[in-house]
Design a protein around this ligand. Structure first.
Ligand SMILES: Cc1cc2nc3c(=O)[nH]c(=O)nc-3n(C[C@H](O)[C@H](O)[C@H](O)COP(=O)(O)OP(=O)(O)OC[C@H]3O[C@@H](n4cnc5c(N)ncnc54)[C@H](O)[C@@H]3O)c2cc1C
Length: 391
């Protein structure tokens, strides 16, 4: 097996590069960023993603910068009634880990460097010609034995045409508020119907600063996202305080709309995430809203599955083997995300009533709590199929 060219130095691309180097395979990663540049705010690493990080020898580093997450709780703003309550694992073994994207990136990037991954920055790839990549400007790379598209939601190589979702969110990173009564090991959300939602996610710390931080997110319809920079910040803060008074302390360091980054979401998956000489992983292969907190975990699982499929050889069978191993898990989480997201982010007046008065009571009846816990942990269906163990 020869040289693998990976487009995208994000979560999936770095994870795959590390896994392939662990098998002594030569890899080159291309990214359009001029310098390593982690962007964005918080992520939840689920037990399933933490297991991949352990296989990549990155788990300890990630745990040192993230913070353990034991529970996800959402309440309805006006009644105060808890309408979402998912406990990870009462024994405390299989918990989540909330982490800033920059911290996750830092750990993966350091490890990639350590195991000898070659990374080319400032390399915007716009196309491919058979087994060569085409840079913006027209130059071509040398030939690879396999090209992996890990270029995320804006991949120029993926044929995926996802469906844009009607709601996105603005996300900001703030200091963990002193004097808050919100617990440091829980994701908390507050809803009014499905058209208002705010969340606070404790995040651990940034790589170079031990101060505890949190992510604040505020759900908005697409027109609100487009107009976000023109929003009157005080009006927004007043609305946020009225929705969820306990979150007020987290708003104090937000001084401009530009302190919050808009994010739009979409849904969709490739029926066959590979073609002649190319494999798509992560958001380039499937996309969902972050409501179930699985996207980064899915990218990590794809990366490990592909590395193990390559390890089993031969290369022309690895693409199909990777697809077979991941197909069921990806399909299931796409379907679940499609049905859960509108309960929390949509203009529907019926779905939030169903959520609060039918689904919430059901969620307390065994075995639903266990199934919900398995769902958030990423363990409904076997994530890696017959590639669960290294060969
Ligand atoms: C606001 C928000 C919150 C989220 N929260 C969660 C969460 O709690 N839990 C979770 O698991 N997931 C979450 N996700 C989803 C998660 O971030 C993605 O699923 C994950 O980052 C996908 O990883 P990836 O490797 O496919 O792509 P990315 O991590 O996006 O990496 C893609 C890389 O490709 C590079 N690239 C793109 N185009 C080119 C090009 N033309 N040439 C060269 N390089 C290129 C980019 O610069 C980037 O470095 C969230 C997403 C958003 C937007």
């Amino acid at each position: 097996m020869g040289h693998v060219g990976i487009v995208g130095c994000g979560i999936g691309g770095l994870a795959l590069a590390i896994a392939l180097r662990q098998q002594d395979l030569p890899v080159t990663v291309f990214d359009k960023f001029d310098a390593p540049r982690p962007v964005g705010s918080g992520l939840v690493m689920q037990p399933v993603g933490l297991e991949v990080l352990a296989a990549l020898d990155c788990e300890i580093g990630v745990r040192a910068l993230g913070t353990q997450l034991n529970r996800m709780v959402g309440h309805e703003a006006d009644s105060g009634r808890v309408v979402l309550d998912v406990n990870y694992d009462k024994s405390g073994v299989e918990t989540g880990l909330a982490i800033h994207r920059a911290s996750l990136f830092h750990v993966l990037y350091q490890k990639a460097h350590q195991v000898g991954v070659e990374i080319e920055h400032g390399a915007e790839i716009v196309n491919r010609e058979k087994r060569r990549l085409v840079y913006a400007g027209g130059k071509r790379t040398s030939e690879f034995d396999l090209i992996v598209d890990a270029a995320g939601a804006s991949s120029p190589l993926s044929p995926l045409k996802p469906r844009p979702l009607p709601y996105g969110a603005v996300w900001g990173t703030v200091p963990w508020a002193t004097g808050t009564e919100l617990p440091r090991d829980e994701l908390r959300q507050c809803y009014r119907r499905a058209n208002k939602m705010m969340g606070i996610l404790p995040l651990g710390q940034l790589p170079d600063d031990p101060s505890p931080i949190a992510a604040v997110f505020w759900s908005l319809p697409l027109r609100g996202i487009a107009n976000w920079e023109a929003v009157e910040l005080e009006d927004w803060k007043r609305e946020a305080r009225a929705l969820w008074p306990e979150a007020q302390k987290f708003l104090e360091t937000i001084n401009s709309p530009t302190d919050m980054t808009p994010a739009t979401y979409s849904h969709g998956q490739l029926a066959r995430p590979y073609g002649d000489g190319i494999v798509h992983i992560g958001d380039a292969a499937h996309r969902a809203s972050p409501q179930l907190g699985q996207g980064a975990n899915m990218a990590l699982l794809d990366a490990l599955a592909l590395a193990r499929a390559i390890e089993r050889g031969p290369l022309n069978e690895a693409r199909e083997r990777y697809h077979r191993a991941r197909r069921m898990h990806v399909w299931l989480y796409q379907a679940l995300s499609r049905s859960f997201t509108p309960q929390y982010q949509s203009d529907s007046s019926v779905l939030p009533i169903l959520r609060d008065h039918v689904l919430t009571p059901i969620s307390h009846i065994p075995p639903t709590p266990r199934l919900l816990s398995l769902l958030v942990r990423g363990k409904l269906a076997t994530p890696l199929g017959d590639l669960t163990h290294p060969s």
